[in-house]
Write a protein that binds this ligand. Structure first.
Ligand SMILES: [Zn+2]
Length: 312
C-alpha cells in the first residue's frame, strides 16, 4: 500500500511540475508576443510607437544625439536587426547605410520596410560646382518634414504592422487614425500661421533639410548651406548673400539645425540685426528629449512657435 501511495505521490508531483513548466512557457510566450522593431531614425521610431503602443517593443538604432547621414552601424546593430521582427528606415536615399544593412540581413523572419516608399522626392538646385559630384544629394530625402508625407509614412508602417499581426489590425488602425488626426490639425495650423503672417521667407544658416516643409506651405527661402550632411558647408560668397538678404529684407530670425552649434548662423546673426533659432529636423533626438517623451508632433509644434517669430 505504502508503495502505491509513494508511486501516486511521485506521479502527482511530476504532473504538478509539468503544469508549472507549461505555465512558465505560456508566460514567456506572452512576454515575447510584443512585436520587436528596430528603426533607423526618430520619425519612424515615433510613428511606430504611436501606432503599436503596448503591442510593440521599439528600439532606435542611432544613439541619442548621433549625426544620421554619416552613421556607421556596429556589428551589434546588425545582430539586433537580425533578431527583430521588423526593421524600418526612411529610404535608400536618406540612409544609404540602412540599405546596406537591409541587404545583409539573412533572417527571413525580419521584415524590412522603407517607410518613405512611394513618396515623391524633390530635387534641390545646387548653385555651386562641387555639388555635381555628390549625386546622392541632388534629391532631398527629408520627406517627413511635410506632415502629409509623415501621414503616408504612418500609413505604410500601419499596413505592414497589420500584416505581421492581423489579430491587432483594428487596434493599430485606430491608433494610426488618432495620430493622423493630430498631424492634420498641425498641418492646418502651420498653413494658417503662414497665411496670416507678415513675411513669407525663412532664412537658414545651418545644414539645409527643409525643402519638403517649405514646398508644402509655399514658403520662400534663402540658405547658406546647400544640403544636409557632410560637404554642405557654405562658401564666403554664399554667406555674404545671406547677410545681404537679411539686411535688405529685415529678416528677424536665422535658423540652424538641432544637434549642431550653429556657428555660421550665429556669425551671420552677429553681422546683422537678426537672432538665431533652431528649426528641429527630427532626424534624431537627445537622451533628454527622449526621456521627456518628445514626439514628431511636439517637435513640429516647437518649430511652429519659432516660425511665428521668423515670419512676423
Ligand atoms: Zn539630413
Amino acid at each position: 500500500m505504502k508503495k502505491i501511495i509513494a508511486v501516486l505521490l511521485t506521479f502527482f508531483l511530476i504532473i504538478g511540475a509539468i503544469f508549472v513548466a507549461l505555465g512558465n512557457v505560456n508566460k514567456n510566450n506572452q512576454q515575447t508576443e510584443k512585436i520587436t522593431i528596430v528603426t533607423s531614425l526618430f520619425p519612424e521610431y515615433d510613428f511606430v510607437k504611436q501606432i503599436g503602443k503596448d503591442k510593440v517593443d521599439v528600439k532606435i538604432l542611432l544613439p541619442p544625439g548621433t549625426e544620421s547621414h554619416t552613421y556607421e552601424p556596429t556589428p551589434k546593430d546588425i545582430v539586433s536587426i537580425n533578431e527583430a521582427d521588423m526593421f524600418i528606415y526612411t529610404s535608400n536615399q536618406m540612409e544609404p547605410w540602412a540599405e546596406k544593412i537591409a541587404e545583409s540581413i539573412d533572417s527571413k523572419d525580419t521584415i524590412i520596410l522603407q517607410a518613405g516608399q512611394d513618396i515623391n522626392l524633390i530635387e534641390i538646385e545646387h548653385d555651386h560646382e562641387e555639388a555635381k559630384d555628390h549625386d546622392e544629394h541632388t534629391a532631398d530625402a527629408h520627406i517627413w518634414l511635410n506632415p502629409n508625407n509623415a501621414i503616408k509614412m504612418i500609413e505604410n508602417i500601419t499596413d505592414k504592422l497589420c500584416t505581421i499581426s492581423p489579430e491587432n489590425a483594428e487596434y493599430f488602425r485606430n491608433n494610426a487614425n488618432a495620430y493622423i488626426e493630430e498631424l492634420k490639425k498641425l498641418d492646418t495650423e502651420i498653413e494658417e500661421t503662414v497665411k496670416n503672417s507678415k513675411r513669407n521667407k525663412l532664412v537658414f544658416g545651418g545644414e539645409f533639410a527643409y525643402i519638403y516643409f517649405l514646398d508644402r506651405y509655399n514658403l520662400e527661402y534663402a540658405t547658406a548651406y546647400q544640403g544636409c550632411g557632410e560637404g554642405a558647408e557654405p562658401s564666403a560668397k554664399q554667406i555674404k548673400e545671406i547677410i545681404d538678404t537679411i539686411n535688405n529684407e529685415e529678416i528677424p530670425i536665422i535658423f540652424y539645425q538641432e544637434l549642431s552649434e550653429g556657428k555660421i548662423a550665429k556669425m551671420i546673426a552677429d553681422e546683422t540685426n537678426s537672432q538665431t533659432l533652431v528649426f528641429h529636423t527630427a532626424h534624431n533626438v537627445t537622451s533628454s528629449e527622449l526621456e521627456n517623451g518628445a514626439t514628431y508632433v511636439s517637435i513640429m509644434r516647437e518649430n511652429l512657435e519659432n516660425i511665428k517669430q521668423a515670419l512676423n
